[in-house]
Design a protein around this ligand. Sequence first.
Ligand code: NBX
Length: 820
Amino acid sequence: MIDKQFEKEEFKKSVKENVKFLYRKTLEEATQEQIFQAVSYTVKDVIIDNWLKSQKAYEKQDPKIVYYMSMEFLMGRALGNNLINLGAYGEVKEALEELGLDINCIEDQEPDPALGNGGLGRLAACFLDSLATLNYCAYGCGIRYRYGMFKQEIRDGYQVEAPDNWLKNGYPFELRRPEYAKEVHFGGYVRVEWDPVKNENKFIHEGYQAVKAVPYDMPITGYNNDVVNTLRIWDAEPIVDFNLDSFDKGDYHNAVEQENLARTIVEVLYPNDNHMAGKELRLKQQYFFVSASLQAAIAKYKKTHDDITKLHEKVVFQMNDTHPTVAVAELMRILIDEEGLGWDQAWDITTKCCAYTNHTIMSEALEKWPIELFSRLLPRVYQIIEEINRRFILEIQQKYPGNFEKIKKMAIIYDGQVKMAHLAIVAGYSVNGVARLHTEILKNQELKDFYEMMPEKFNNKTNGITQRRFLAHGNPLLADWVTDKIGPDWITDLSQLSKLKVYADDEKALQEFMTIKFKNKERLAKYILEHNGVEVDPHSIFDIQVKRLHEYKRQLLNILHVIYLYNQIKAHPEMDFYPRTFIFGAKASAAYARAKKIIKLINCVADVVNNDASINGKLKVVFIENYRVSNAEIIFAAADVSEQISTASKEASGTGNMKFMLNGAPTLGTMDGANVEIVQEVGEENAFIFGMSSDQIINYENNGGYDPDFIYNTDPEIRQVLMQLINGTFSSDTEMFRDIYNSLLDKRNMPRPDQYFILGDFRSYAEAQKRVEEAYKDEKRWAKMALLNTACSGKFTSDRTIQEYVDDIWHLDKVVVKEN
Ligand code: NBX
């Protein structure tokens, strides 16, 4: 049912009125960007009504609320997604056509709100979509960065970062809520005072700098259920307007610092994926949004409940990795210092309200803060962590008398550092990994001691993705075809896709499926030509690796294999070879030099390969600039092969793998992260698995014995590829890729040469690639494989993931907003 507000004539009228009202223009005079704004305001109008209605329903039903605490929400564009969820996409598309407008062009005017790095931030966005769609009351809590993930430009093959000023034209889907502003305090000292009435010490925080946290709310629409939840992101403002008064009071310096703090705190997203930089400003960001979010949550609870000791019955805080883990101590502080509870009562509540999700085992990503920094910035919070640590060590001693190793390994504060993961595990009632293999590695390796001491806390929640964005919106041709075959229920029940299995041997259906894939490949080819100036052939195999650039994800393995293929084709021009287009998209953290060199290498290889007429266009290499959520939707829809080739044990889950699968691209991958579960669902015969197992890798890591030098010396084809990095084949500067070469072979490379086992897995990868080619040549076999990937992807909806979080961790109540 289409909402009344989206009756076409009404809609057109409203857009025209908005253009007039906002810009004093007629539709004909307005720019596409202005029309985007006008259309968005019309849509927002409808959303606001549902937002109010949801709020009313929540007030009446008083459900338990989950606060999803995350430094990152990689939302992607809102307009198209909201239209899908409101069931109005088709109507609005037609209405715009009648006005002479193309909905795709209008959607393209919206900046990607890119308040996240990669998988972790996008997962948070998918979770909000599923929570609203499944009728749960949820808040996303985060930061309104002025500048999101940088825009990537490729100049002369190098990544160049440009600022992402996403707010410059004003963002239509946000609402400033100054009436809910909160104060957050930094620095200063703690004064202890005896309270003769309560007969105990009082802790008074003084001499701090204060920042005003002002929330901006973004609506999160559920699918066809009138639910609108809220993503609340916090902006920082100075407490009082800077005034010269303070100068007279001799307080000038402090006033300037306070003003500066407010201006810098939310300035920019840290662009590191799976890496901890340890910057003071980062800890300020963390405490800033955590404190404001907790204050708001408790104020909301207290408005309608008078017993704070029952907070856990109505509230749960899910911590998206350790980034918001200071929440544990901040909640203790609020309960003790502001609500007047004793330690034990406060601890009881805190440990019933907080839960923690781990997203990585990479040691360089584990958050540790120097005591000096932490205690200076957050003196009272630090004091509380010390007390949590003291009591935890007593517990360890009780359980393992005389075992000082345990204290050394498990303490929250040790070696002059505050270990945030330890704090999260000790204070959380749930600790979960994000794919089955990842959770097993946590339990048996990384967090073994904690698992042994508190096994009941550990559980797995395999990640998922929302089919509303990554099929309904991103791949409308396939979405319509699926609906045609099995009806529309898949949109909210992805397990329905298994009904497509009956078409696995239906030639007509297979042909339709592959025709849609071809059209999506044409769409991507057009995008690549327009944005990258490279012509690619949609008849070739589209082999795609898009994700953040990181050594453990092994884009290097992929491009080295491209070089190997290039050598093969050059050496054997007569050889039968199915044309292939290798497509890459990846941002490298601005400070990650080797990752940036790998981008340069990919572009240098592309230059040589794409311009070598002697290979007859059999190979093409494309690096898509500025990979982000909006172009990801186009890319997944067009993929033939999904490259998921991380070193086994390193990729906690992966979620891109699921998006490719949903769109009918078989996985070429290692037995890592959620790939394991993908293979289990689709069958080994419908994927291309290669490489060492996580057990083998972990065994090498623990016991040594891996020797890339041996491979180099005994495999001439691999040696040729490596030599080409330093002999001028891809750059006249033979030093250009020396560091990459050395990373694979030099004994001085730390912790060891070829840390990610690229040479060790190379042959196995090349063979798997050969199997891909053979399978693709058999058109019918490939079509069946592709279709079965879509048909078997039902498990990987974030709706399933969220329902598991609700059943096992959150215990939320379903709400009713839409009356039937
Ligand atoms: O989280 C990612 C993992 O690498 C993926 O395997 C997983 O699928 C995904 C969702 O669970 N982790 C991730 O994206 N981490 C970060 O982006 C990150 C950002 C900042 C930071 C540490 C990690 N300090």
